[in-house]
Design a binder for this molecule. Sequence first.
Ligand code: G4P
Length: 278
Amino acid sequence: MHIHWYPGHIAKAERQLKEKLSLVDVVIEVRDARIPLSSSYTDIKKLLGEKPRLLLLNKADLVDKEELKSWVTYLKETTGCPVIVTDAKGAKDLALVTKHAVELAEPKIQALMAKGLLRRAARAMVVGMPNVGKSSVINKLTKSSKTKIGAKAGVTRQQQWVRINPKLELLDTPGIIPTKQENQNQAVKLAFVSSVSENAYSPEPVAAALLEMLSNSKYRKEVQYYYKVEELSLENIANCRNWILKADSPDTERTAKYILKDFREGRLGKFILDEIEE
Ligand code: G4P
């Protein structure tokens, strides 16, 4: 099985990301709570330099709340960043995110004031891998304030700033972290959560890898129960559902697509697929 990345796009995406990053005081990094490590970018520290970062573990509604608590502690310790659990689909607002972003940017604003400049609102942007919920987070943050305040110097015209409150302005388009990792183990997990374009892989090996990962995890029983099979394989699940092709062979392609959909929509259970590194 192989997930194909598109190296040609990566340099451009990185350039665009860097351009946007140079405009902000604080970065809100969104990760998928189902893969808190695999949905992160290994070089993010290099990319951000000294810029403060707030970490969101989004899609928290799709994982076990108790299990996620250990991840919050772990990520706070290992990244040194504040970590907030979010459900950008269901949440009423993300006031806590606004509060933390303002606090993180305050030293920079103070430094500017120490140089004799007037106080200004902090500037933030949302970054993350594809499909982690960046746009949903932006929508929730800007919901109560649709005050577009126009483009600023150096920013292309499509990019707008939205005033969230007097202390915070947000770039209304997210920075997409290119998924360039060579690591296939990470790539396949990104495919599980739709962070990789469907053109980059075929569903059967990816669904088979998901079943294998779940078979070797503490979630095995839950998944066996859901599919009503002892051994979790595409063939067994296809046979059990009676998804059989003309030549009496199991329709593994249809089964694979369903398994990925079941997982993505949280029907199999509330799973976290990364492991906390000791
Ligand atoms: P992106 O900008 O990072 O690419 O992600 P986007 O906000 O477009 O969200 C990608 C998908 O994830 C959307 O689903 C969105 O609704 C869903 N999503 C975002 N945040 C959460 C969350 O906290 N929990 C859950 N369960 N889902 C979330 P979609 O299928 O593309 O669209 P739709 O379901 O909104 O119709």
